[in-house]
Design a protein around this ligand. Structure first.
Ligand SMILES: [Zn+2]
Length: 229
């Protein structure tokens, strides 16, 4: 590790202006997809780039943007090419939802923020197939009985959003099989229980960062596999 020239630079997400395909999962992302650029692999979808747990905060409110970024372990700037001006323009940032909420609480003198948060949550509820979320959550609980209370819902919602066509993905087969559930749980543990996001924020490549947190992840998995008494 250690010689990535991009380290400590801001992560960038581009809104593509042509048809693109993910260099990792191969999915056709269509026009206007949100992508990262990863060397010789070309474009990556946000799910493959491990940025799909972040939410978009449009540019416009500088105080909120600054605070949200400060509270977010991992954040990325969203850029779009302007044909008229022939340069990339900032559209906003991607941040952790918890960071955005903390920032909103700090800015709450602005009463529009509560309203915007309510709207965001309503949109998400609409996007989610509630039946699928519930079944997925039950499956997480069944396979990982030691998982802390409530996490099964967070994991299930995220997995479901992924299949719902958000972030420019076409819908994949919805699956409740053990592998799909396990992968969703591992991704959640990486982001929430390890230093993974810190490492990505510092500019580590995903494979380096995954390797670095591998043993942390398996310790947590082992704890979650059994019901704590
Ligand atoms: Zn992909």
């Amino acid at each position: 590790m250690g010689n990535n020239p991009n380290r400590n630079e801001e992560l960038k997400v581009f809104i593509s202006n042509r048809e693109s395909e993910c260099g990792e999962c191969g999915e056709n992302l269509g026009l206007q997809a949100w992508i990262t650029l990863a060397g010789e692999k070309g474009a990556l979808c946000l799910a493959c780039a491990d940025l799909d747990h972040l939410i978009f905060l449009p540019a416009g409110d500088m105080a909120l943007t600054r605070r949200a970024r400060k509270h977010s372990t991992l954040s990325a700037v969203v850029l779009k090419w302007s044909r008229a001006r022939k340069r990339y323009e900032r559209q906003g940032i991607l941040v952790e939802e918890r960071a955005l909420e903390t920032a909103e609480d700090e800015c709450l003198a602005d009463s529009d923020l509560r309203e915007r948060r309510r709207e965001r949550e309503a949109v998400r509820r609409e996007e989610l197939d509630q039946q699928y979320v519930q079944e997925f959550a039950e499956r997480v609980r069944e396979l990982f009985p030691g998982c802390p209370a409530g996490r099964e819902n967070i994991i299930a919602e995220h997995a479901c959003l992924k299949y719902s066509g958000r972030i420019g993905r076409s819908s994949s087969a919805k699956s409740l099989d053990e592998t799909a559930v396990r992968l969703a749980v591992i991704a959640h543990i990486r982001h929430r229980e390890t230093d993974y996001d810190h490492l990505l924020a510092k500019g580590f490549e995903r494979h380096e960062a995954r390797k670095a947190v591998e043993s942390q992840v398996s310790r947590v998995i082992n704890r979650w596999l059994t019901l704590n008494t």
